[in-house]
Design a protein around this ligand. Structure first.
Ligand SMILES: [Fe+2]
Length: 437
């Protein structure tokens, strides 16, 4: 038996090692509501190029009786390796609202596991239930297992992830992003997973955030709105106030879009149907954390805008107040904080006995404690006047839009094994700017 000369053997080994693995099996499956009646959008990844197919059918009916095709695009992480993955998107249409479906995605080169979802109930009298959180990472995602169990128990109609994913998606040439999207599949393949960008998505001009998710509208997920039950939900980017190197025009375009979207939502016929206007974005206007972030400053960029740009950039507190936004959901601070109804640093409770019954200003919730490698943030020792409740426990928020007048919020502590540590019923007999009078 002859053996290879050492130089040839080395060459064979190097050549073999240089061949990348072939991956046609779907992974990182997640769904989102495209904002179009009777539809759901399925997104997933493969290492190599394949077809993009979803086979699906009504739960309990004939499996995979329907099929939909979409397309894929190559996503390249702009790091040293210029590693690429293929992102597949398929929109399912003609779904029966409120009906459960079973699906798998992939192609003849490989199928995913079987997942299920419930097509969104599109009645305005529907009472949707949400899990709400921000700042969840690949490392130390402490709330994820509890959220998995909640999701498996059918507790949510949608999940709102308010920025900061993976920590960070671009790291290790995008492998951290891939791992995080695999982790989140356990909830996001079953329940519409609706997002907004945070500062941890800033690498390469937010390319991972823009490339991996599939939100409604045509802004590569940066800002959009959608309707569910009695609510109009607006997602936007606070990051346009901080990463001016990616274009000051983004800030103005978003502001103009917000203004028009709020005007449309406030047309009497629209507000009558969807009286709750809820915003979600990453960096809060207010907080009582001790880390020097934007929200710790009186002149927060998000709240009052920036005077150091040309032209000066408008803030959002006035815009939201003038259009009668009911509830503002934030994250970024790795804590939970509930505020009294507040505007211009003043508290506008409905009454001293019932502060959240007919409040005279928007209510803010900061829920950025899902868990990540940066652990907790801290609070200043003495809370501000507008701070009603705060906690440094890891956890997440549950929200239920009960009807036109009642919205329920509760905070789950994962540190305390799922204990509800805070809850309010926000009651509004009147919505819109007139509610403040
Ligand atoms: Fe953040």
């Amino acid at each position: 038996m002859t053996s290879l000369p050492p130089l040839l053997l080395l060459c064979v080994c190097v050549c073999a090692a240089a061949v990348p693995p072939v991956g046609t099996q779907p992974e990182q499956v997640h769904i989102s509501y495209p904002g179009v009646s009777g539809s759901m959008l399925v997104t997933w990844s493969t290492a190599n190029e394949t077809e993009s197919v979803v086979e699906f059918g009504v739960w309990g009916g004939q499996l995979f009786s329907r099929s939909a095709k979409g397309n894929s695009s190559v996503f390249i992480n702009e790091g040293l390796e210029r590693r690429s993955v293929f992102i597949h998107r398929v929109t399912l249409t003609d779904l029966r609202p409120g009906t459960a479906y079973v699906y798998h995605c992939g192609s003849g080169s490989g199928w995913s596991d079987v997942f299920s979802f419930t097509a969104l109930n599109e009645s305005v009298s529907f009472s949707p239930r949400f899990a709400v959180f921000g700042d969840m990472g690949n490392e130390n995602p402490q709330s994820l297992s509890r959220l998995q169990k909640d999701t498996q128990m059918g507790m949510y109609d949608a999940i709102l992830h308010i920025g900061d994913f993976a920590y960070d998606m671009d790291e290790d040439n995008g492998r951290i992003g891939d791992e995080f999207m695999k982790q989140i599949q356990s909830i996001a393949a079953y329940t519409p997973y609706m997002t907004c960008p945070g500062n941890h998505e800033s690498a390469f001009n937010f390319s991972h955030y823009r490339g991996r998710f599939s939100m409604p509208g045509h802004t590569e997920n940066l800002w959009y709105s959608w309707n569910v039950g009695p609510a109009h939900i607006i997602s936007f980017s606070t990051e346009v106030y901080f990463y001016l190197e990616y274009g000051l025009d983004l800030l103005f375009r978003q502001y103009e879009w917000l203004r028009k979207d709020l005007e449309e939502a406030n047309r009497p016929e629209n507000r009558a149907l969807r009286p709750w206007i809820i915003t979600m974005a990453h960096r809060p206007m207010y907080c009582s954390d001790d880390d020097g972030d934007d929200c710790t400053r009186f002149q927060s960029y998000v709240r009052i805008g920036r005077s150091d740009t040309t032209p000066p950039a408008p803030g959002l507190e006035e815009l939201f107040y003038q259009h009668g936004v009911d509830l503002e959901l934030w994250a970024h601070e790795h804590t939970y904080e509930r505020l009294w109804p507040v505007y211009g640093f003043k508290v506008f409770n409905g009454s001293s006995e019932e502060p959240y019954v007919n409040p005279k200003a928007p209510v803010h919730i900061i829920t950025g404690s899902a868990g990540c490698r940066e652990k907790h943030d801290g609070f200043i020792p003495k809370p501000r006047d507008w701070s009603a409740f705060r906690s440094t426990d890891y956890g997440y928020t549950r929200m239920r839009l009960i009807n036109y007048t009642h919205l329920y919020l509760e905070q789950v502590s994962d540190d305390q094994y799922g204990k509800v540590i805070d809850q309010i019923m926000l009651v509004k007999e009147k919505h819109g700017p007139d509610a403040w009078l």
